[in-house]
Design a protein around this ligand. Structure first.
Ligand code: SF4
Length: 373
């Protein structure tokens, strides 16, 4: 497949890995922001093929993982109401709230449906005028444009039985929080290519300057990741601060302006809690007052929400790059994908799920296997 296969060729990746080995002179810690990048790195064993001087730590860029537990509990309370059809992407159904998850609500009789687009939820609302249809609008800058379009379309259609339970988060405030945190070890960032395809990278230079770090826009295939790591190492070794784009086939400095405009039309910045991390100022989006009639939090009074995390789960430390999944005593024993204690074990982008899937079950480095074959 064009633009995919050529970025997965082991010999090309090995060439860049050799350049990384030739470039690195001293220890560095860098963070890949995105959970999709974490999965690709662990799946292709890139972290094990890097020189010992380089350590990759995993960031908070997994939307399922960072959706705050109180918002999961609110979703559970809304989904259990008899008049509601609760719609969501499938990966949210097994994310544990304080006492249960959406899949269990469905098993108990709640009308919880998996959709593949927020527009599917609109179609369900049109087909069920006597029910209230709610879409769980979570995610980063990547999902926000489609959810914003959904609110616009609901307004055009004049739907009064549709609403969004919004829990959007943004990458730049998360980078700022990670670099401001006491004990932060991160010296450079691989920024998420798909977020940058939407937002561009005009928000990053002030962050790079303020914290004196390199930020490199990086894609998701093994060759993309190796390029991003090479550029970050090169900048670190040269003492360069700033932003570089190692994903030029998809990302421009300005990004997708129409998508940014539709986000700005529907959403406004707000403070947001990140699961396991806590409140990050200005890190979320919520519906603007003009679209408040589509806000599920205002439409449904579910009473006070009292949430509590599993005491065993250290996902918050993992999402800040302070620990690895294998540091968690519950990893692979009390916590597995079948019986997850935390969101990072549930999500297809969660670091714990990646380590469980690719570390416990397939210990051989994949790129080396291909090279030997
Ligand atoms: S292994 Fe499970 S309990 Fe441990 S940090 Fe990951 S999700 Fe939490």
């Amino acid at each position: 497949m064009k633009y995919v296969d050529e970025y997965r060729q082991a010999d090309r990746v090995e060439t860049v890995l050799d350049q990384i080995r030739e470039t690195v002179r001293q220890p560095w810690v860098m963070m890949e922001i995105c959970g999709g990048q974490t999965h690709a790195i662990v799946r292709h064993r890139l972290d094990r093929l890097l020189p010992d001087e380089l350590e990759l730590v995993h960031g908070p860029g997994c939307p399922v993982c960072v959706t705050p537990i109180e918002q999961i509990d609110r979703a559970l309370a809304i989904a259990a109401r008899p008049e509601v059809i609760f719609t969501s992407f499938g990966d949210m159904l097994r994310v544990p709230g304080t006492n249960t998850d959406l899949l269990s609500v469905r098993a108990a009789g709640g009308d919880v449906r998996v959709v593949y687009s927020p527009l599917d939820a609109l179609t369900i609302a049109q087909a069920n005028p006597n029910r209230q249809v709610v879409f769980f609008a979570i995610g980063f800058e990547t999902t926000a444009p489609a959810n914003a379009m959904c609110a616009l379309q609901a307004a055009r259609l004049g739907l009064d039985n549709f609403s969004l339970l919004v829990s959007h988060v943004r990458v730049p405030p998360a980078i700022e929080a990670i670099l401001s945190a006491k004990g932060s070890r991160v010296q450079g960032f691989l920024a998420a290519g798909h977020v940058s395809a939407v937002m561009g990278y005009w928000e990053y230079p002030p962050l790079a300057e303020r914290f004196q770090v390199p930020i490199v826009i990086t894609g998701f295939e093994p060759l993309d990741l190796a390029w991003g790591i090479l550029e970050t190492v090169r900048m670190l070794e040269a003492g360069e601060v700033g932003v570089a784009n190692a994903y030029q086939r998809a990302v421009t400095y300005q990004g997708n302006r129409p998508a940014q405009l539709v986000i700005d039309q529907v959403f406004e910045p707000c403070d947001r809690n990140w699961r396991g991390i806590g409140l990050i100022a200005g890190s979320g989006w919520r519906l603007r007052p003009a679209y408040a009639s589509f806000d599920a939090e205002l439409r449904f009074d579910v009473g006070p929400i009292r949430s509590a995390e599993s005491e065993d789960c250290i996902a918050g430390r993992i999402l800040q790059g302070l620990s690895k999944p294998t540091d968690c005593p519950a990893f692979g024993s009390a916590c597995t994908p079948e019986h997850p204690l935390g969101a990072t074990m549930v999500s297809s982008e969660g670091a714990c799920a990646a380590y469980y899937r690719y570390r416990l079950n397939a210990p051989e480095p994949a790129l080396l296997e291909e090279r030997r074959a």
